[in-house]
Design a protein around this ligand. Structure first.
Ligand code: SAM
Length: 217
């Protein structure tokens, strides 16, 4: 990442990273990524001063940039190793994609709203990251590049999208919030072998809905 971007607000970012550690995130690589990635570049300039609060903030198209703690928790649940191929569903602002790129993943990310896809593409490029981005329905995954070592869904799904399960490599992890539109349980599905999966229910969250063919209408 280009150096000039991460000097501004460095102290606030440090404090945010420390707060997230206190809230229970223990993967130091995740904490370090939160400390490095300039979140203020992923929100509207009118909200820049609030970028290092641990809260979700509005972005365009009626969507949100997730709370930093949530981004950190989803990233930790992925159990990411450097060089792994990760698919994100719901690029939104591009912040989660930047965290994953910074941690050394090969990132693929799908967003259904074109204005968000375009603005995320710009900010990620300006920062020197090179994820593969696509505008489309992420409930179907991105089969052209499957299988993935990890898939992270950053919007709330009514059920686990079957196509995403199919696009996991053996050993791959799918992190997806599943529930109704008010509350979702973070769910981790690990592909243990070609036809065996392990499912874990983690904490409860509230996400914007995953809308698409295999999501909400
Ligand atoms: N990861 C994002 C970030 O770091 O800013 C969080 C964005 S927001 C919580 C969830 C995003 O999922 C929204 O931008 C929304 O448009 C997108 N989304 C919802 N349904 C989708 C779908 N079927 N395919 C792709 N993106 C979808």
């Amino acid at each position: 990442m280009k150096d000039r971007h991460n000097r501004k607000y460095a102290n606030r970012r440090k404090k945010l990273a420390a707060d997230i550690r206190k809230k229970g995130i223990s993967d130091e690589r995740v904490i370090q990524a939160i400390e490095q990635i300039p979140r203020h570049l992923f929100v509207d300039s009118a909200l820049e001063k609030r970028a290092y609060e641990d809260s979700a903030l509005p972005i365009s198209c009626g969507q949100t940039i997730s709370q930093p703690y949530t981004v950190a928790a989803q990233t930790e649940h992925l159990q990411l190793q450097k060089g792994e191929k990760i698919l994100e569903i719901g690029t939104g602002s591009g912040y989660q994609a930047a965290i994953l790129c910074h941690m050394g993943a090969e990132v693929y990310s799908v967003e259904r709203h074109e204005p968000l896809y375009l603005s995320a593409r710009k900010v990620l490029k300006d920062l020197g990251f090179r994820p593969h981005l696509k505008c489309g329905d992420g409930t179907l995954g991105w089969s052209a590049y499957a299988p993935y070592d990890g898939i992270v869904v950053t919007a709330g799904a009514p059920v686990v999208p079957e196509d995403l399960i199919q696009q996991l490599s053996v050993g791959g992890r799918l992190i997806v919030p599943v529930g109704d539109q008010k509350v979702q349980t973070m769910t981790r599905i690990t592909r243990v072998s070609e036809d065996e999966y392990k499912q874990e229910q983690l904490k409860q969250y509230k996400f914007v809905p995953l809308i698409g063919e295999k999501g909400w209408d």
